[in-house]
Design a protein around this ligand. Structure first.
Ligand code: ANZ
Ligand code: ZN
Length: 866
C-alpha cells in the first residue's frame, strides 16, 4: 500500500496533461462554447493567495464545463506594462523588459504548480510587440472614429526631479515619492479617449447584465453619474453669458447669488480691479487642492466675491457673482446658481458670507424663514415666491415642480432641459517609458499625423537610461523621437507619451480568442464565436475602471464592425479577499500598529513585544505590512496543490472573504489522505487486470445497504451539480464530497457493483476540485483516458427515491415520536401504521380519538377528546 505523495503525483500529472494538450481550447464546433476568464495578473514576480483563489475558481468552472461537454477557453496572460518595472530600472539598474520577463517566467512556473488548466498557447503579454502592435492599431481605430483627441490637462509635476509623476508616485501629503518635493500641477497637451460619447449606452446596458453583482452595477452607474436638470443662462453686467447646470431648475426664484469655479474662463472679464488681488490669491490656493478636498462636506466654506453681478433670468433680480472651490470646473458648466434655502453647501456659504437666503419650497407643517433657518431644506413641500410655479408640489414627477419649471423655461426661452454625466473623457497619456507608445507623429507642416498601420508597431527603444528626470524618458531619445513625417517626409517628432496601462487590459480578453494572429488584431469570426466571456472572475477593486473601459472598448469595436456583441462579460464574480491572522495595537497608529502573529508569544494573552500593550486579534487582508501573508509556495511544498485548492474552495463561498486557517488546511489534507486510503484498499481487493466496468443491477435486486449507498451517490451528484451551477457554492460542494467519501467508507457492501459505482463517481466529482489526485486514482483503477476527459456524472432520479420515509407521530399537534414506514403507503396505510406504533399506543391509551389528520409523506396527528 502506497502513501499519498502529492509532490510526486502532481508533477507527474502536470507533465502528462501538458503532453496530451488536455487544456487546449477545443475547437470542435459541435460542442457548445464556454469562456472562463480570470483577470490577468500584473507580473510582480510572486503569486499571492488572492491570485491562487481567483484562478482556482475559474479552473474548477472550466474543468466542470469540459466534463459537461463544452469546448472551453480558459486562457492566461500578463498585464505587463506599468510603473513598478520602471522603478526597478531606476532603483536596481535592470531594464524594465528584463525585469518583467523574469517575473513572468517565475510566476508562470508557480501557476503551473497549481495545476491550472490553461491553454498556454494563447498566452499574451501586453508588453510584447506582437500584442501592443494591436493596441496601437486599436488606438488608431479610435482616432479614425474621432474618439481620440488631444487637449491640455494638468499633470503632477515634480519641480526638483523635473519630471511628471503618476498619481501613485505622489503621497498623501502631495509630495514626490523620490525627491520629496511638493508636487505642482502643470498643464500639458495630452491624449484623451472620448468615453463620454458612450456614457448613456454604458449606463443603459447595465440592464443587460443580470449575471453581474448588483453592487458592481451600482458603482458603475454612480461613476457614470447621470443627472437630469436644466441649463439656464444668467447674463452678467459685463454682458457675458454665464451658463449654469442645475438639477433643481424649480428653485431658480430662490437663487440669491452665483458661484463660479476658480478656474472659470470668464473670471478674467468678470473680476473688478478692486477684487483682482483677492481673486488671484484664492485661485492659487484652490489650484493646490485636490478635487476630493474641494468637495469635502465637512470643512468651512471659503470663497471670494468677483465684484460683479448677474441678472437672474426668471425674475430680473441682481445676484452677486462669487468664486468658491466647491464648484469644480470639470462638472456641468463650472458655474452654479446658488439656492441657499434648499442646498446645504450653498446655505453654509451664504451664512459664512452673509448672503441672503430666500425660501421657495415651503413644507406644509413647519413654515421656513430664510432669516432664521439653520439648515437648507432639500425636501418636499409646495413652491412659493416662484411666480408661475407657485402652489406646484415640489418634486421630479409629472406635474411637479422640476418638470413644470423645465417646460416653463423652454416655453419662455430662458433655458432648456439638460442631461449631465459625471463621467469625464479618459485621459490616457502617461509621460512614462514602460507603456505602449502612442502611434502619432507631430509634423511642423501637417500637424498631428497617425503612424500608418503598416509601420506598426512603434517599438519601445531598448537602451534607455533611467535617471528619473525629465518630462518623459522617451523624450530624451533623439534618435527615436526624430522621424520623417509619414505624410510629407519632413523632419517630425514622435509622440513621446505612452498609454495608460488600463488600455492594454481593455481588450486582452478579445485577443485570447485569436492570440497568435500575425495579420490582424483578431479574426472577427473567432471573437464572435468565443465571446462574450461566459464567466469573468476577479477582484472588486476593478469594479469600476477596468470593467467600464472594457465595456467601452467592446462597444467602440462593435461600432467599427469588428465584433457583434454589446457586452464583453456575461457573468461577473468578484471574489472575496484572503485574510490572514494578525494582531493590532489599538494605542498605535499607521503601519506601526500591526504586530505579526509570529511575534506574539502567548496567543491567549497577546501583548505588544515592544510596549506590553494588550493586542486585538483579527483577520485582515494579507499584506506585507501586517506580516500576515501566507506564501502559496510554502503551502504547495507542504501539502500540494490539491490540498491548497480544496481548502480555498471549502473555506468560504467565492464572493465572501476567506480566513486562512492552518487547521482547516490540515483538515483538507487529511481528507485527501482518507480518499487515497479508501482507494488503495479498494484497488488491492480488486482484480485490476480486467477492464474497469461498472454494471449496477436493477433496483429490485439491490439489498437495503446497496440502495442506501446508491442514494448517497446520486444525492452527491445532484447536490454538487446544483452547487456548481447556481452561485458556485464550492464550499458546500466540498462538504458533499466529504459526505460521499464517508458513506463509501462506512458502506457494508464493498463487494457490490454499487460500491464500485460510488468510488468511480467520487473521483469524477472530485476531479475539478483536486485534479491531480483524482486523475492518479482514476488511472490506478485501470482507466487509460484521463478523468478530465470523462463526462460529468448524471443523476439517476430513481436512486434518489427512498424506500422508507420517516413518519412523525403527533398527539394534539405535539410531536411524540417517529416511525419508519414504506414510502409508497397511502393515507389509510399511514394512519394504520401510526395507530399501531408503540408511541401512539402509549399516548392514546384510554383516550378517545376524535379525529386523525394525515399529511402524506410527513405526519399523522391524533386529536383526542378532552
Ligand atoms: C441649484 C440647486 C438647488 C442645486 C438645489 C441643487 C439643489 P448632481 O446631482 O451631482 O448632478 N452643481 C452643478 N455644477 C456643479 C459644479 N461644477 N461643481 C459643484 N456643484 C455643481 O448635482 C447637480 C447640482 O450640483 C446642481 O444643481 C448644482 O446645484 C450643483 F436646491 O443647482 B444645483
Ligand atoms: Zn508632414
Amino acid at each position: 500500500e502506497s502513501r499519498y505523495n502529492p509532490a510526486a503525483i502532481e508533477t507527474k500529472w502536470q507533465r502528462v496533461w501538458a503532453d496530451q494538450g488536455l487544456d487546449r481550447a477545443d475547437e470542435d464546433p459541435t460542442k457548445p462554447k464556454y469562456y472562463a476568464l480570470s483577470m490577468f495578473p500584473y507580473p510582480s514576480g510572486n503569486l499571492h493567495m488572492g491570485h491562487v483563489r481567483n484562478y482556482t475558481i475559474t479552473d474548477v468552472i472550466s474543468r466542470v464545463r469540459r466534463m459537461q461537454g463544452c469546448r472551453v477557453l480558459h486562457p492566461m496572460g500578463w498585464d505587463a506594462f506599468g510603473l513598478p518595472a520602471e522603478n526597478a530600472a531606476i532603483d536596481r539598474g535592470i531594464p524594465p523588459g528584463q525585469w518583467t520577463y523574469q517575473n513572468i517566467a517565475q510566476m508562470k512556473q508557480q501557476l503551473k504548480h497549481l495545476g491550472l488548466s490553461y491553454d498556454w498557447n494563447r498566452e499574451v503579454a501586453t508588453c510584447a510587440p506582437d500584442y501592443y502592435r494591436w493596441t496601437q492599431w486599436i488606438f488608431l481605430q479610435f482616432y479614425g472614429a474621432g474618439l481620440a483627441y488631444q487637449q491640455e490637462a494638468a499633470v503632477n509635476w515634480d519641480p526638483v526631479d523635473q519630471t511628471v509623476l503618476a498619481n501613485e508616485q505622489v503621497d498623501s501629503d502631495g509630495r514626490s515619492w523620490r525627491s520629496g518635493a511638493k508636487v505642482e500641477r502643470k498643464l500639458l497637451r495630452q491624449w484623451f479617449l472620448k468615453i463620454t460619447d458612450y456614457a448613456e449606452e454604458l449606463l443603459q446596458d447595465l440592464d443587460k447584465l443580470p449575471g453581474w453583482p448588483e453592487r458592481v452595477k451600482t458603482m458603475q452607474a454612480n461613476w457614470i453619474g447621470k443627472s437630469t436638470g436644466a441649463e439656464v443662462i444668467f447674463v452678467a453686467d459685463t454682458g457675458d453669458e454665464i451658463s449654469v447646470f442645475t438639477t433643481r431648475p424649480d428653485t431658480l426664484w430662490g437663487a440669491t447669488f452665483m458661484v463660479l469655479s476658480p478656474e472659470h474662463p470668464l473670471l478674467a472679464k468678470l473680476t473688478t480691479p478692486a477684487q483682482a488681488e483677492a481673486v488671484k490669491t484664492y485661485q492659487q490656493q484652490a489650484a493646490a487642492k485636490s478635487d476630493m478636498d474641494r468637495l469635502a462636506d465637512d470643512k468651512e466654506k471659503t470663497g471670494v466675491w468677483t465684484g460683479s453681478y448677474a441678472t437672474n433670468p426668471v425674475n430680473g433680480e441682481k445676484v452677486p457673482i462669487w468664486i468658491a472651490d466647491y464648484v469644480l470646473m470639470g462638472y456641468g458648466t463650472g458655474a452654479i446658481m446658488a439656492v441657499p434655502a434648499h442646498d446645504q453647501r450653498d446655505f453654509e456659504f451664504a451664512r459664512q458670507f452673509g448672503l441672503s437666503v430666500k425660501v421657495v419650497v415651503q413644507p406644509d407643517d413647519q413654515p421656513l424663514d430664510g432669516e432664521t433657518m439653520t439648515a437648507a431644506w432639500p425636501h418636499d413641500g409646495r413652491m412659493v415666491n416662484s411666480g408661475p410655479l407657485d402652489g406646484v408640489p415640489a418634486g421630479k414627477g409629472d406635474g411637479e415642480s422640476v418638470t413644470t419649471a423645465i417646460q416653463w423655461l423652454e416655453a419662455n426661452g430662458k433655458g432648456q432641459g439638460q442631461v449631465n454625466y459625471r463621467l469625464r473623457d479618459w485621459l490616457i497619456s502617461r509621460q512614462r517609458y514602460w507603456g505602449v507608445p502612442i502611434p502619432m507623429v507631430h509634423c511642423p507642416d501637417c500637424g498631428t499625423v497617425p503612424v500608418p498601420e503598416e509601420q506598426l508597431p512603434v517599438c519601445l527603444p531598448e537602451s534607455v537610461a533611467f535617471s528619473g528626470r525629465g518630462p518623459s524618458p522617451l523624450a530624451t531619445l533623439e534618435d527615436w523621437v526624430n522621424v520623417p513625417c509619414p505624410t510629407c517626409g519632413a523632419l517630425a517628432q514622435r509622440e513621446t507619451d505612452t498609454m495608460d496601462t488600463f488600455i492594454d487590459s481593455s481588450w486582452y480578453f478579445l485577443r485570447y480568442a485569436d492570440a497568435r494572429n500575425q495579420e490582424r488584431v483578431f479574426a472577427s469570426t473567432k471573437v464572435n464565436d468565443w465571446l462574450p466571456v461566459d464567466q469573468y472572475v476577479g477582484g472588486i477593486e476593478h469594479a469600476i475602471l477596468h470593467l467600464l473601459y472594457s465595456r467601452f472598448f467592446t462597444k467602440v469595436l462593435r461600432d467599427r464592425g469588428l465584433l457583434n456583441f454589446d457586452e464583453p462579460f456575461q457573468r461577473l464574480l468578484t471574489q472575496g479577499m484572503v485574510q490572514g491572522l494578525t494582531y493590532m495595537n489599538p494605542n498605535k497608529a499607521g503601519k506601526d500598529k500591526w504586530v505579526p502573529a509570529h511575534l506574539v508569544k502567548d496567543p491567549d494573552n497577546p501583548l505588544d513585544p515592544d510596549t506590553g500593550d494588550p493586542l486585538e486579534r483579527l483577520y485582515a487582508t494579507m499584506s506585507k505590512s501586517k506580516g500576515n501573508g501566507v506564501a502559496p509556495g510554502d503551502v504547495l511544498a507542504k501539502y500540494g496543490a490539491d490540498t491548497a485548492r480544496m481548502f480555498i474552495l471549502f473555506k468560504a463561498p467565492p464572493e465572501k472573504d476567506l480566513e486562512w486557517d492552518d487547521a482547516d488546511v490540515e483538515g483538507q489534507y487529511r481528507f485527501l489522505n482518507r480518499v487515497w486510503r479508501l482507494f488503495t484498499e479498494f484497488i488491492d481487493e480488486r482484480d485490476t487486470a480486467s477492464p474497469w466496468q461498472v454494471t449496477v443491477p436493477p433496483a429490485a435486486e439491490l439489498s437495503k445497504p446497496e440502495k442506501e449507498l446508491r442514494r448517497a451517490i446520486h444525492t452527491a451528484i445532484k447536490e454538487i451539480s446544483a452547487d456548481i451551477e447556481g452561485d458556485y457554492q464550492f464550499n458546500t460542494a466540498v462538504s458533499e464530497l466529504m459526505k460521499l467519501s464517508n458513506a463509501l467508507n462506512d458502506a457494508p457492501c464493498k463487494e457490490s457493483p454499487v460500491y464500485a459505482e460510488g468510488m468511480q463517481t467520487l473521483l469524477l466529482l472530485l476531479a475539478p476540485f483536486a485534479p491531480h489526485i483524482a486523475d492518479e486514482l482514476w488511472h490506478q483503477l485501470g482507466h487509460d483516458e484521463s478523468v478530465h476527459r470523462q463526462p460529468w456524472p448524471q443523476v439517476d432520479e430513481t436512486a434518489l427515491v427512498a424506500d422508507e420515509i420517516t413518519l412523525v407521530i403527533q398527539i394534539m399537534g405535539k410531536t411524540r415520536g417517529t416511525i419508519e414506514v414504506p414510502a409508497e403507503s397511502d393515507q389509510a396505510a399511514l394512519e394504520q401504521y401510526a395507530r399501531e406504533s408503540e408511541v401512539a399506543q402509549r399516548y392514546l391509551d384510554g383516550q378517545t380519538v376524535k379525529k386523525v389528520i394525515v399529511v402524506p409523506g410527513k405526519l399523522v396527528n391524533f386529536v383526542v377528546a378532552k
